[in-house]
Write a protein that binds this ligand. Structure first.
Ligand SMILES: [Zn+2]
Length: 195
């Protein structure tokens, strides 16, 4: 364990508000309530960069806030009018940004199914990693993702380390993130060591 990791403050999630303490919050208007009686049961890992392959910049925050200036880059035209969100993003340096309270329904999965159950947004929490196909995620991102996963497992007992999937797993043929660049074995090993 590095000194950086050891001194990282424990990440706590207030299950009453669904907000994580000590993370940057850019609350998105793109969310609604989960169906009555539905709790988070699945964690979905995504990869995103805007424009694709470029890191940094305000664009992901703006996409989820509904304020992305579509004229700023040709790729952004495709996202004109999109009403999307995720619960949180982990930037390349490991910084966590929260957009939607974890108890609410974020709009990240689209048409999807997990083990025969459709519409994963209803019962999942979506975490974006800033990344790109063919580019390895950073050590800081794995550390932050593990810390966030541990905090979520603690706050929401209906979640389980057994029910974590990639976007590509729940929307095959339509989505492939977090791509082959995400090292599931490494994530699971780090998670196992913490859990
Ligand atoms: Zn995705």
């Amino acid at each position: 364990m590095s000194a950086t990791h050891a001194t990282r403050p424990a990440l706590g999630i207030d299950a009453a508000t669904g907000l994580a303490r000590g993370v940057r919050q850019v609350l998105s208007p793109h969310f609604d309530a989960r169906p009555a009686g539905t709790t988070p049961e699945l964690l979905v890992v995504h990869g995103i960069s805007l424009p694709p392959g470029q890191f940094g910049g305000p664009w992901i925050d703006q996409l989820f806030a509904g304020t992305l200036p579509v004229s700023a880059h040709p790729f952004f035209q495709e996202l004109a009018g999109a009403r999307l969100s995720a619960h949180a993003l982990i930037r390349r340096d490991g910084q966590i940004v929260q957009y939607v309270p974890f108890g609410a329904r974020a709009w990240h999965a689209g048409r999807s199914a997990y083990r025969g159950r459709n519409d994963c947004n209803d019962f999942s929490i979506g975490i974006e990693l800033e990344g790109a196909e063919g580019t390895a995620y950073s050590d800081a991102q794995y550390a932050a993702l593990v810390a966030l996963t541990v905090a979520l497992l603690e706050a929401y007992p209906t979640l389980s380390a057994q029910h974590i999937a990639g976007h590509g797993d729940i929307a095959p043929g339509r989505k492939s993130d977090p791509w082959g660049s995400f090292d599931w074995q490494r994530y699971r090993a780090l998670l196992g060591a913490r859990a």
